[in-house]
Design a protein around this ligand. Structure first.
Ligand SMILES: [Mg+2]
Length: 181
């Protein structure tokens, strides 16, 4: 299966003022191990993340690379890895079709890893994640970490359903591994 992951609020704690340095990348408990578990079962794992902090001029692509270096290093320590990290640097006011809720990055990942919609799952914490996933018609899981609880409380539009709700990435991964779709 191809498993697409949002980053902020799913793998690491979401910050309203953006993750601007490796120090601000704080992992949600068990998220790295959950990725390693997907790897060990042969699933492809790709991060698909909006990083408007680049388009807003808050950090550079080089700084984002350093932050992702920390993520990859931390994963390596638990024998995990990401097959790819795809990001949209767009500021909201100049959003392209890559910035979620548009599905550009998801389409890119599904092409690269030949993931058919029924063999692809997206795990995210916001409505715009579910929207992007709905646009490509893949399986959708909303985690309650990050913005997840707020997203759930607000209620997801009917057209985005079905969306499976999981406590966190670890629980979402178990759902994927059980083949519950
Ligand atoms: Mg998020």
């Amino acid at each position: 299966m191809l498993v697409l992951l949002d980053r902020d609020g799913v793998i690491n704690e979401d910050r309203a003022d953006f993750v601007k340095s490796p120090d601000e990348l704080v992992f949600i408990p068990k998220s790295l191990e959950a990725i390693a578990r997907l790897n060990s079962f042969g699933h492809k794992v790709v991060v698909v993340t909006n990083q408007s902090c680049i388009g807003r001029g808050i950090i550079t692509e080089g700084q984002l690379e350093v932050i992702h270096g920390k993520l990859q290093d931390a994963l390596r320590r638990v024998s995990g890895r990401l097959d790819d990290i795809i990001f949209a640097p767009d500021a909201p006011w100049e959003a392209t079709d890559r910035r979620k809720p548009a599905p550009g990055m998801l389409i890119e990942a599904m092409r690269k890893f030949t993931g058919a919609p029924q063999d692809t799952a997206f795990i995210g914490d916001s409505a715009r994640d579910m929207e992007a996933a709905r646009a490509v018609d893949c399986h959708r899981i909303l985690v309650q970490t990050g913005k997840g609880r707020k997203t759930q409380a607000k209620g997801l539009e009917k057209r985005l359903l079905p969306v499976h709700i999981a406590k966190d990435l670890s629980e979402a991964v178990e759902y994927v591994l059980e083949g519950r779709f």
